[in-house]
Ligand binder design. Structure first.
Ligand code: GDP
Length: 606
């Protein structure tokens, strides 16, 4: 069937290429999308640009309008019906558009900030594009930031560069050369679009200002030209279905729906679709196919239009039963005959397994869970960049069995007994179980928030670990006096009631008598308040303590070596003060720190 469909394919009828925008954070990806989308809306006329589900349809008429100033662009030669540009930029949505290890995204715009050149996420994006064999164009963005740049979005950018003063021209050349060299380091040949000697070998660069609009026409013209010539075959419309589930959404009144990008082929109401689900493949007939109303009529909320059939490339909302457990980030198939069903089920399952198995896990690490394969991959990419290992992954809501897996880390490295849950629900029993076992679940709908929360926790955790390691060094200041009517044992171990006159008394505190040349009595090994063991007691409290001396020295005797008239203090030192300052600063009050100064004088520490 596939062969048949491919054979019928001709490059006379092309479909719109599906375009993704990738690049490092802050290079201007969102701005680029806004600028392309805004095209004619601002001039009062929408120019036919329509908001699709998760994507924007830019029709041929709008492309022509936008490319008017481009010198070597021939509007008559435009064969594409338009572009379908994916609305969410980044790795995540690109990775969601997949089929059999390759990408359903026809072409990507890789945005590079001319002032910064290649950055870590640029390199990640390049690797991903190369791996999925996706052709791409480089938008060398923010050219308006070249010192002295004169903007003119109505001019061909090639002419615009030529018309600049010397200094911005020179700066442009230098920065361009630097970027070309950086791409070469990644093993890629790149060249300015109008100097590209061979589009099969060199990747084209179009200088742009997403902010002011310079070069956007050239970018669109180049994409149109490049895709309808070099990649015409791939864009030949045929009946072969290429469709990816981008998002699973529960909507009031509609139930759980799926948003798909239909790249090629057609979907019909009544088609039996087969797609991946958390509990295995889902098979269900399409009940309705929806797309938003054209912009003009968007005033009505939720104004969807219903279609009996939709042809690619389009963003489509699919309504059907049993979609609650659907998984995003994988292809969707249609079974045309009864005997195809089992085969397609297997295929769906296999694709999911493949995607999950290609992720390399370590024996120790955090557990990662996300709503889509794409977001899972984006999250893993972040973890790798932070050198945070992961020992398990899953997609879909967090169930008790996930917590169970994460909890195995409690025995190895408690810091990793953590689930990072991105844009997924945590089942109630899973949360209860996690709370009981001591597994932390971080949940967020924005990747950066999740990253922040986890990094903060990690810092806190490291802080806690350091505190535990330095606990024995951090002697808190305290000033005590024996309660003479409560002396239960006068020599090693001394057991007596005391009142804490100032500071804090912790187990493990060494005690000495400053009025007797800092005579060392021993270390506090137990503190009892109202017959209950406590770890710490504070100024104003009266408690019973045990002071043990294990040094082997002759025991110091209450009544002979010291009495209730002597003040007892904690024997602090330079080292213990430093440990308190570094790890326990917040644990000591202002009065405690003043006591430290007093004790230093008493003990002759300078
Ligand atoms: P993203 O993180 O890649 O989506 O980047 P954004 O589109 O959010 O842009 C990041 C910042 O750069 C924003 O403050 C934009 O206004 C700014 N920006 C984007 N494109 C340009 C450009 O062409 N020129 C200048 N000067 N600023 C830009």
């Amino acid at each position: 069937r596939r062969e048949e469909a491919l054979a019928k394919r001709t490059t006379d009828v092309l479909r719109a290429p599906v375009i993704c925008v990738l690049g490092h954070v802050d290079t201007g990806k969102t701005k680029m999308l806004d600028t392309i989308r805004r095209t004619n809306v601002q001039d009062g006329e929408a120019g036919g640009i329509t908001q699709q589900i998760g994507a924007t349809q830019v029709p041929a008429s709008a492309i022509k309008e936008r490319c008017k100033m481009v010198k070597d662009f021939d509007p008559e030669g435009l064969k594409l019906p338009g572009f379908l540009i994916i609305d969410t930029p980044g790795h995540e949505s690109f990775a969601n558009l997949r089929s059999r290890g390759s990408s359903l995204c026809d072409l990507a715009i890789l945005v590079v900030d001319i002032m910064h050149g290649l950055e870590p996420q640029t390199i990640e994006s390049i690797k991903l594009l190369v791996k999925r064999r996706t052709p791409f164009v480089i938008a060398l963005n923010k050219i308006d930031r070249l010192y002295g740049w004169e903007s003119n979005p109505r001019k061909d950018v090639r002419q615009l560069i030529k018309s600049q003063a010397n200094s911005p021209q020179l700066e442009f050349k230098e920065r361009l050369q630097k970027t070309v060299a950086e791409f070469a380091e990644q093993g890629l040949n790149v060249a300015l679009a109008w100097e590209n000697p061979d589009p099969n070998e060199y990747i084209s660069i179009v200088p742009t200002s997403a902010f002011l609009g310079d070069g956007i026409g050239n970018l669109m013209a180049h994409i149109a030209q490049y895709s309808q010539t070099t990649h015409a075959k791939k864009l030949a419309y045929c009946e072969e279905l290429d469709c990816s589930v981008m998002e699973v959404k529960a909507l009031p009144g509609l139930g759980t729906t799926i948003d798909v990008i239909l790249v090629n082929g057609a979907l019909h109401v009544g088609d039996i679709i087969i797609l991946a689900g958390t509990d295995g493949p889902i098979m269900t007939p399409i009940r309705e196919l929806l797309m938003p109303q054209p912009l003009k009529e968007m005033r009505v909320k939720n104004a969807y239009e219903h279609f009996p059939v939709i042809k690619g490339a389009q963003g489509v909302k699919v309504l059907a039963k049993n979609l609650e457990k659907a998984l995003a980030g994988l292809p969707l198939f249609v079974a045309h005959r009864e005997d195809e069903v089992d085969l397609l089920r297997e295929q769906v399952q296999e694709q999911l397994n493949q995607a999950l198995h290609s992720i390399k896990l370590t024996s120790e690490g955090v557990y990662v869970q996300a709503s889509t394969l794409g977001s899972l991959e984006a999250l893993l990419e972040f973890l790798r960049s932070q050198k945070i290992p992961y020992c398990g992954v899953n997609i879909g809501p967090v169930h008790k069995k996930d917590v169970l897996k994460a909890s195995t880390m409690l025995e190895h490295n408690a810091e990793f007994a953590t689930i990072l849950a991105f844009d997924v629900k945590v089942e109630r029993d899973a949360q209860l179980y996690a709370d009981n076992e001591g597994v932390r679940i971080f949940q967020a709908d924005i990747i950066y928030h999740l990253q922040d929360a986890f990094l903060k926790y990690r810092m806190f955790h490291t802080g806690q670990k350091r505190r535990r390691e330095n606990e024995h060094l951090a002697i808190f200041p305290c000033k005590l006096r024996v309660l003479p009517q409560h002396v239960f044992n006068a020599r090693n171990p001394i057991v007596c009631g005391i009142s804490i006159e100032a500071g804090q008394l912790k187990i493990g505190t060494p005690i000495c008598v400053p009025s007797k040349e800092s005579l060392f009595l021993g270390t506090v090994s137990s503190i009892e308040r109202n017959h209950e063991q406590v770890r710490i007691a504070k100024a104003g409290e009266e408690v019973c303590i045990k002071i043990e001396n294990t040094t082997g020295e002759a025991p110091k005797l209450y009544g002979r070596h010291f009495t209730h008239e002597d003040v007892l203090i904690s024997r602090i030192s330079r080292e213990t003060i430093d440990a308190c300052k570094t790890y326990f600063r917040e644990d000591l009050s202002k009065a405690d720190w003043q006591l430290v100064v007093q004790l230093k004088k008493l003990l002759g520490i300078f």
